[in-house]
Design a protein around this ligand. Structure first.
Ligand code: 13P
Length: 252
């Protein structure tokens, strides 16, 4: 069974509501014939506008984070129910920027994944090694540890609701992309880990793994041609409709 590719934009802290409406309006005609799933993950303040603007199109909307608690004294946080109420379908969890700047740990990532799934959100789970870890030769250990921790307590029947994004931290926003072969090799390690955690067929048929890190209109074709790479999580290049649409156009 072929895995359906999924291309997602991670807008990070970019775009006002007005800019969201304009970008989505430009994007809709450009990606309407995509063979892959198309997702845009926007700041919280843009979500309602993005859901409204994408109605009737093939573009799905995601948030960039979610809290693990149902509700309570967590100033500045947003719950899964709040996202669901807006019509949001996806949420990114464990992005390296959250891990680096906001104290995200393997344990909080796992708690957020569980909260999102329990409320019917689909998760884009990010894993990836830093430059120091890559240079120390511990990439496999790092992505395996992050994957195992994130899936702790997650049932097999949730696998269709989680996409993994392999994002080497040193490739994010730097213009440095992992070579297609390197990205493919590390994604294979993650898939093998999923085979061990669940079952080989589950990992082969139901686990979609994206590459992320300076993926753009120029390098997407080569990356998408690799057998293990099921899509991309796109930062900078998702902020321009033509660039993002070109990446979407390389759906397998
Ligand atoms: P860039 O595509 O800007 O490198 O960002 C990648 C990323 O972090 C997506 O989540």
């Amino acid at each position: 069974m072929a895995r359906k590719p999924i291309i997602a934009g991670n807008w990070k802290m970019n775009n006002t509501i007005a800019q969201t409406k304009a970008l989505v309006a430009d994007l809709i005609p450009l990606v309407k014939d995509a063979n892959c799933d198309v997702v845009i993950c926007t700041p919280y303040t843009d979500l309602a506008a993005a859901v409204e603007a994408t109605k009737g199109s093939n573009i799905h909307v995601g948030a960039e984070n979610v809290h693990w608690a149902e509700k309570g004294a967590f100033t500045g946080e947003i719950s899964a129910d709040m996202l669901k109420e807006l019509g949001v379908e996806y949420v990114i969890v464990g992005h390296s920027e959250r891990r680096t700047y906001f104290g995200e740990t393997d344990q909080t990532v796992n708690a957020r994944v569980k909260a999102a799934l329990s409320r019917g959100l689909k998760v884009i789970l990010c894993v990836g090694e830093t430059l120091a870890e890559r240079e120390a030769g511990v990439t496999a250990e790092v992505v395996t540890r992050q994957t195992k921790a994130a899936f702790e307590g997650i049932d097999n029947d949730e696998l269709d609701n989680i996409v993994i994004a392999y994002e080497p931290v040193w490739a994010i926003g730097t213009g440095k992309t992992a070579t297609a072969q390197d990205a493919n090799d590390t994604i294979k390690i993650i898939r093998d880990c999923m085979a061990e955690l669940y079952c080989p067929k589950c990992a082969e048929n139901r686990v979609r793994i994206q590459y992320g890190g300076s993926m753009n209109a120029k390098n997407a074709k080569e990356l998408m041609a690799m057998p293990e790479i099921d899509g991309g999580l796109i930062g900078g290049a998702s902020l321009k409709a033509e660039d993002f649409a070109k990446v979407v156009g390389f759906d397998k």
